[in-house]
Design a protein around this ligand. Structure first.
Ligand SMILES: [Fe+2]
Ligand SMILES: [Fe+2]
Length: 268
């Protein structure tokens, strides 16, 4: 039949038209969900990141507040523990610890004396030098602090345990509780030892007046190689201007946590 091929041609054209329409529709269908999914995915990622950040902030803040609660037993102020976080970070920055380690150190170091919650008030608050028996009990704050976080899973809490145990070890091996020497003392413990000694010197305690800043720095220098790691004393001296501004700032916990928020934001 003569018109059949024509019809076929017409059918083919129709078919082609239909196919194209279908392709276009498919393209639209394909493009739309991908766009929506990407947007949704982006939004979900931002929300997840934000809630992760909030959990992390709360986690750190709770730990800091726990450390401050422990400090209430001690006549020293809560500011001591916050300054330890900032001093330790300032020293550690000089020896180029990784950003991750700096963060862990900053928030774990304020917990170094958490074990004091297990020490009797009569010893903690004695307004005079301790006798030998009292010292033996006082030294146990290292072991008690380590035990509190002993089986912790997170690297942060494991660091708290390690710092609590080792911040009174000495470079010459004559420290406590285990008398381990030099490089065998974990780096966090060695750093916190420098920060802790300096802050104890330049702060008022129930048994002594605060030393002037320069005298504190000089005394820390004099402990290089005996009580303290010489490399870290060097780092402390290099970071002196930062140390001085931390010493002068006398930060509150809110400012300390706010700084932490800013640190997180600047990482984005
Ligand atoms: Fe201590
Ligand atoms: Fe301390």
């Amino acid at each position: 039949m003569p018109y059949i091929p024509r019809r076929k041609k017409k059918d083919e054209k129709e078919k082609e038209k239909e196919d194209n329409a279908e392709k276009e529709a498919f393209k639209k269908i394909q493009a739309k969900p991908v766009d929506i999914d990407l947007l949704k995915l982006e939004k979900a990622y931002a929300e997840l990141k934000e809630s992760h950040q909030k959990i992390q902030e709360t986690h750190y803040e709770m730990i800091l507040r726990l450390a401050i609660a422990a400090e209430f037993k001690d006549p020293d102020t809560g500011q001591h523990i916050l300054r330890i976080g900032d001093y330790s970070t300032a020293i550690a920055r000089q020896i180029k610890l990784s950003a991750h380690d700096l963060e862990i150190l900053r928030y774990a170091s304020p917990m170094h004396d958490i074990g004091k919650i297990g020490i009797p008030d009569a010893i903690l608050q004695k307004p005079a030098k301790l006798n030998a028996d009292e010292w033996r009990i006082m030294e146990q704050h290292t072991v008690i602090g380590a035990q509190i976080f002993k089986s912790a899973q997170s690297p942060f809490l494991r660091a708290v345990s390690e710092i609590a145990l080792t911040h009174h070890e000495r470079f010459d091996g004559r420290g406590y509780p285990n008398g381990i020497p030099g490089g065998k003392i974990p780096i966090f413990g060695r750093i916190v030892a420098v920060a802790d000694i300096f802050d104890a010197l330049v702060s008022k305690r129930c048994y002594k007046e605060a030393w002037p800043f320069e005298d504190g720095v000089e005394y820390v220098e004099s402990l290089s190689g005996s009580h303290l790691d010489p490399d870290l004393v060097g780092a402390f001296i290099k970071a002196q201007e930062e140390i001085r501004s931390i010493y002068q700032a006398n930060k509150s916990i809110n400012e300390f946590v706010k700084d932490f928020h800013e640190t997180l934001e600047s990482k984005d």
